[in-house]
Ligand binder design. Structure first.
Ligand code: HEC
Length: 139
């Protein structure tokens, strides 16, 4: 009996550890983030504001045209092309917002911008990125 409860405890710890690491490594996306709705309507003004914020915070790594070819990306890192249909970490507005704020796991070559970019501007950036690429991903 005693042995069983010890095994049960290990199983519980392994389960929690797996859940935490899934959250920290966003490849594949996140159901929690997917459920978050974009509170900022994708108006022309929002896309313009997003473009300006993108230039300021993102372009030096992801490139002016968001093709993943920014001149100042740290050596050995590969910023994602944000204009293609591939969103390794989920392509809904909420998931893109989550990567922006929490960073791109599991390596975090891109760190999160939480506390650096106001939520409102981050949603503008999401709307800007949406205006660039194929509209295949679910909103
Ligand atoms: C220091 C360089 C750097 C900066 C600055 C940066 N990124 Fe990234 N970004 C990366 C790298 C590198 C990856 C790919 C990480 C990987 O694959 O492990 C990435 C991945 C992403 C992804 C995930 C794409 C996918 O398909 O999963 C999104 C979305 C993203 N960046 C958006 C942004 C936005 C928006 C900004 C500006 C607010 C930004 N990034 C700023 C380096 C950067």
């Amino acid at each position: 009996m005693r042995r069983h409860s010890v095994l049960g405890l290990f199983a519980a710890i392994a389960f929690v550890a797996a859940a935490v690491s899934v959250q920290a490594q966003n490849p594949g996306g996140s159901p929690t983030a997917r459920a978050v709705k974009n509170p900022v309507a994708s108006t022309a003004a929002s896309v313009t504001a997003g473009a300006a914020a993108y230039k300021k915070y993102c372009a030096f790594c992801h490139g002016v045209a968001a093709k993943g070819d920014g001149p100042l990306a740290p050596k050995g890192t590969m910023p994602a092309d944000l204009t293609d249909a591939t969103w390794a970490r989920g392509g809904s507005d909420g998931e893109i917002f989550a990567v922006l704020m929490e960073g791109a796991g599991p390596k975090f070559d891109m760190k999160g911008f939480k506390g650096k970019i106001p939520d409102q501007d981050a949603w503008h950036i999401v709307n800007f990125l949406r205006s660039l690429g194929p509209k295949t991903a679910a909103r």
